[in-house]
Design a protein around this ligand. Structure first.
Ligand SMILES: Cc1cc2nc3c(=O)[nH]c(=O)nc-3n(C[C@H](O)[C@H](O)[C@H](O)COP(=O)(O)O)c2cc1C
Length: 193
């Protein structure tokens, strides 16, 4: 590695290496909002959900993932809750909610054209019970970890997506059949470029 060039107290860093697998993913990830109409495979959907693993403050694991299916091979359109232990999906609602979700996301119509949307939902109390009000901050941080992992996994699979934070909480909670003490934090529409 070349020596860093030092100018007074300004330190020019050596160029970052770009040749490793992680470096390639980090440099190619970008928000994708236009998707090919092709369906996702069940393997791709499962891989994206698996990638939502992340560190959790105090190992309280306040987050859950839901899969909103529009066009995923082998699945009828609907809302599914992901169970990470057995790595399986439980259907909560039958029917395509993507257009309603796009409307609830302040009319971001591109959401309805994603073959699938992964939602991150939080039971904040799990963490605030242990850490008090500061726990809310931890839960939001954890959602960022989860979303980045899912979006990097999408990039690694040749897919793409974007993180969506602009939506009406109550409308999204209702559409996703969330539990009473759960709130939606992030929507991650994903698909093929
Ligand atoms: C917390 C957060 C909320 C966001 N919400 C939205 C959103 O509601 N709609 C959207 O199209 N993009 C949303 N984005 C994506 C940003 O617009 C995008 O990351 C930014 O323009 C940088 O582009 P890049 O992701 O390609 O690097 C959000 C990003 C973050 C981090």
């Amino acid at each position: 590695m070349a020596d860093a060039l030092v100018l007074a107290d300004t330190h020019v860093l050596p160029p970052p290496r770009m040749d490793g697998a992680l470096e390639r993913l980090l440099s190619t990830r970008h928000s994708l909002r236009e998707f090919s109409p092709r369906a996702l495979t069940i393997g791709q959907a499962g891989q994206l959900l698996w990638a939502g693993t992340a560190p959790s403050a105090g190992a309280r694991y306040p987050l859950s993932l839901l899969l909103i299916v529009g066009d995923v091979e082998g699945f009828s359109p609907g809302v599914y809750r992901y169970e990470p232990g057995p790595h399986r999906l439980v259907q909560l609602h039958v029917g395509d909610v993507r257009s309603a979700l796009a409307a609830a996301a302040l009319d971001q119509e591109w959401l309805a054209r994603a073959p699938a949307i992964i939602a991150v939902a939080a039971t904040e109390r799990r963490t605030t019970q242990k850490y008090g009000p500061r726990g809310a901050r931890y839960v939001h941080m954890e959602a960022g970890h989860v979303a980045q992992n899912v979006l990097l996994q999408a990039t690694a699979l040749g897919l793409g997506g974007a993180p969506v934070g602009a939506f009406d909480d109550d409308a999204v909670a209702k559409l996703l059949r969330l539990n009473r003490d759960e709130q939606p934090l992030y929507l991650l529409p994903v698909g093929r470029p």
